[in-house]
Design a protein around this ligand. Structure first.
Ligand SMILES: *Cc1c(COP(=O)(O)O)cnc(C)c1O
Length: 391
């Protein structure tokens, strides 16, 4: 029976013959303790210390982004990206319904309304065709006096669409080049939610570097973790400076005076968290290759099984943050979830679609047939980085 084969496969792959196997647990196999001890010994655990800058430099270098600004969470990074994109109350922001709630929450923090547009079935990221179709059928270009740009005005709400946030689902890049072309053509700001895609590339360019901003997350379950944390990446010098300023309470530099020149946020990452981040970044390459090896083993395992294992799409390199299978229908999905969790192998369905959550169900959507199709069938399977790759 396939479920037992699957359970055996996972137990063997992780060399854990019995006991609970979580979906994605962090691995601390490098200099984590050493750097944390340095923080404690030096007393620099909070907002001052060398690790934040070092962590930012590593992310900059790794992603090829001109600037990287650390933040206290991925959600905070998204919020700041929207604030600096000057998304205002009364604006509308397009995102996908198939995402973690943070994306839609961050839009709400600005007072803007989300519009949910469908994903592609293969990438599970925002569909450029459906985005273009929505703009064509539901908006007309008009001068927005707030932004002084000709932007799509929503015919039903009378509001302007000022930003689009695609998400690179489970580390599989969305069709970001096509999305960018549509955004540029319509004067809409592109922000990439790359929380799940550190180590994922589209045509050789790191995810999160196509938009005006990209945002990363270092929550405990992500590819690398700082306990909790995030990062904003951008190529814009001026916006990068502003991002650093407003994530750190907008304090004007002075030897002793406390002057703050705008309403800022306490969104800074602590030196303690950044110390963890520096140690994790040192291992990122090995984490990603370990994940890709595991994915190739899963791919072989699921061949001819009747269950589809999601592999990377054309033009992309995926970090395989969460391995994904697609079951035949909702009933088979539920059965797979029950049988695996009953056997102590943690598996999870995809998030409840954003447009079905109480706080977002009043907002406009496009045709969501692909998101609904995926929501009925997608299951994430064991995806922790393996400490010891030899079976
Ligand atoms: C993890 C995640 C975030 C950010 O989460 P934080 O816990 O705030 O770091 C944002 N968007 C998506 C899609 C995520 O998966």
């Amino acid at each position: 029976m396939l479920i037992d084969d699957f359970v055996n496969f996972v137990r063997e792959a992780y060399n854990r013959p019995n006991g609970f196997i979580p979906l994605h647990e962090p691995v601390f196999n490098g200099n984590e303790k050493k750097y944390l001890n340095e923080c404690v010994d030096s007393t620099f655990v909070s907002s001052v210390g060398k690790f934040v800058t070092e962590f930012e430099n590593q992310v900059k270098e790794y992603t090829g982004s001109k600037h990287a600004i650390a933040a206290s969470s991925g959600t905070a990074a998204l919020h700041i990206a929207l604030v600096l994109s000057e998304v205002k109350p009364g604006d509308e922001v397009i995102t996908q319904p198939l995402t973690f709630v943070a994306t839609a929450n961050a839009i709400s923090y600005t007072g803007a309304s989300p519009i949910f547009i469908d994903v592609d079935r293969d990438t599970m990221g925002l569909s450029p065709e459906k985005l273009e179709l929505f703009i064509l059928n539901n908006t007309k270009p008009e001068l927005n006096i707030q932004t002084n740009k000709v932007q799509p005005k929503n015919l039903s709400s009378g509001k302007f669409i000022t930003a689009v946030i695609p998400m690179h689902t489970f580390g599989h890049p969305a069709r970001i080049e096509e999305i960018k072309i549509i955004c540029d053509k319509n004067n809409i700001i592109l922000i990439e939610d790359a929380a799940e895609s550190l180590g994922s590339y589209y045509k050789g360019k790191h995810t999160g570097t196509f938009g005006l901003f990209g945002t990363l997350s270092f929550n405990g379950n992500k590819t690398i973790t700082t306990g909790g944390g995030g990062m904003l990446i951008t190529d814009d010098d001026e916006l990068a400076k502003k991002a650093k300023h407003i994530t750190t309470t907008a304090k004007v530099p002075h030897p002793w005076e406390y002057v703050h020149d705008t309403i800022g946020y306490n969104y800074r990452l602590t030196n303690l968290a950044a110390a963890l981040g520096v140690a994790q970044m040192e291992q990122l390459d090995s984490f990603v290759s370990s994940q890709r090896l595991l994915a190739s083993e899963y791919q072989k395992f699921f061949e001819n099984s009747g269950i589809q294992f999601v592999t990377e799409n054309e033009n992309t390199k995926a970090n395989y943050w969460l391995n994904t299978v697609i079951l035949k229908d909702r009933e088979e999905r539920n059965n797979f979830l029950k049988e695996t969790n009953d056997r102590d192998i943690m598996t999870r369905p995809i998030w409840e679609l954003m447009n079905r959550l109480d706080m977002f169900k009043e907002f406009q959507t496009g045709d969501l047939s692909n998101s609904e199709w995926l929501a009925d069938r997608v299951v994430n399977i064991t995806s922790s980085v393996r400490v010891n790759n030899s079976k």
